[in-house]
Write a protein that binds this ligand. Structure first.
Ligand SMILES: *Cc1c(COP(=O)(O)O)cnc(C)c1O
Length: 393
């Protein structure tokens, strides 16, 4: 059949159609979920071995192709969690005796993987100040095999210009791996800035409905093959049902992120004008330290995450989240429902108050993941919770 589609297509179109050929009458409009754990083949005719743990079952493999088209990489693979994507993509690039240079701003489990788990396997990591390009260069060793970066950072939403780091990687022949979970794929496209390997926790914006745990590694075919080889051994394959749900989530990614950016900007401005609020961290506001970089790098707006620092410190933050009626207190982010969390009790509880302060995380810091509710309802909920603080002080 003649393929009537002319590529290349836009990201929102890839998100909906992937590389499925146009159908014929009687075809399902939505690709069915294929649950089978194993598939006929592996015979003397040379037919391939298709098996759930290999990551090549049809529902999971089609998702990988869609993600590569959306991310703009040669290949991609979906795995059973963001940490599976992060750990396997790093393990694919290092062996005993090798060395990693990474930004200090890291998701907690990634930090533990680099500083506790890899050393047990004879791989050292040096964590650097990501904003100082010289610190990356100074940390390089002959054994350095990858540069690792996470951006925008959790929970301060600080941004790093990837260009000098990418230039250094290219000069030295070392790939740059970026955790772009907070960029939500639709809002930030790391490969446009030369990043070699993109990893996501698809649990967040890509799935978008807080109903699955998944991860993505996107990069060259060679890198994805290496990750696949490790998948055979370690086994964090994505279940077909989670793959099907993730595929469905991707179809609405762009409109979700667009709306989240709009509501977040409006609420960031509103929080800023409230007397109980000491500071609002949002890349879409002119007073964010990386506002100009955000304007250059982010494609839809400042994103759906906000940091709200309350004047009353930890006590006020606790009272605020307890008083909320609509926004729910829960870890994770990027879903259709608005969630709040307290970094001092969750993602950054392992640090002393002083170390947190150094990272810009005040005791009164409330992280907000903006959902898709009516903006006025969210504003009313936040307003009544802040009013409780007024009464308490
Ligand atoms: C949640 C998260 C992860 C880990 O993802 P899981 O899907 O929970 O394994 C990694 N990096 C960032 C930035 C995250 O927010």
């Amino acid at each position: 059949m003649r393929n009537k589609r002319k590529g290349p297509l836009g990201q929102a179109t890839w998100a909906i159609h992937g590389d499925h050929p146009p159908g014929v009458p009687g075809d399902p409009v939505i690709p069915p979920e294929i649950r089978s754990s194993t598939f006929m083949g592996g015979g003397p005719d040379g037919s391939p071995v298709v098996y759930g743990r290999y990551g090549n079952a049809p529902t999971v493999e089609a998702l990988g192709r869609k993600l590569a088209l959306m991310e703009g990489t040669e290949s991609a693979i979906a795995l059973s969690s963001g940490m599976a994507a992060i750990s396997l993509s790093i393990l694919a690039l290092v062996a005993q005796g090798d060395h990693v240079v990474s930004s200090r701003w890291l998701y907690g489990a990634t930090h533990a993987f680099l500083t506790r788990e890899l050393p047990r396997r004879g791989v050292e990591s040096t964590l650097v100040d990501p904003l100082d390009p010289r610190s990356w260069k100074a940390a390089l060793r002959r054994e350095t095999r990858l540069l690792y970066l996470e951006m925008p950072a959790n929970p301060t939403l600080r941004m790093v210009d990837p260009r000098p780091i990418v230039a250094l990687g290219q000069e030295m022949g070392i790939p740059v791996v970026m955790d772009a979970t907070f960029g939500a794929l639709a809002n930030f496209r790391p490969v446009r800035w030369g990043v070699d390997v993109v990893v996501h926790s698809a649990t967040k914006y890509l799935g978008g409905h807080s109903d699955l745990v998944a991860g993505v590694v996107a990069g060259s075919q060679g890198l994805v093959n290496e990750v696949e080889a490790l998948l055979h051994l370690y086994g964090p394959a994505l279940d077909p049902h989670a793959a099907w749900l993730l595929d469905r989530g991707l179809r609405t990614l762009e409109v979700r992120v667009e709306r989240q950016c709009r509501t977040a900007l409006s609420l960031a401005r509103w929080f800023k004008g409230h007397p109980a609020v000491a500071q609002v961290l949002y890349p879409g506001l002119p007073d964010h330290p990386d506002h100009h970089l955000a304007q250059e790098l982010l494609e839809m707006g400042g994103g759906g995450m906000l940091g709200v620092v309350l004047k009353g410190g930890g006590k006020a933050a606790d009272a605020f989240v307890e008083a909320l009626g609509l926004a729910a207190l829960a870890p994770s982010l990027g879903g259709v429902e608005t969630l709040v969390s307290l970094p001092r009790l969750t993602s950054h509880r392992g640090l002393s108050p002083r170390d947190r302060q150094e990272q810009g995380i005040d005791e009164g810091f409330v992280r907000v993941s903006i959902g898709l509710e009516d903006e006025a309802d969210l504003r009313n909920d936040f307003a009544q919770a802040l009013a409780v603080l007024d009464g308490a002080s």
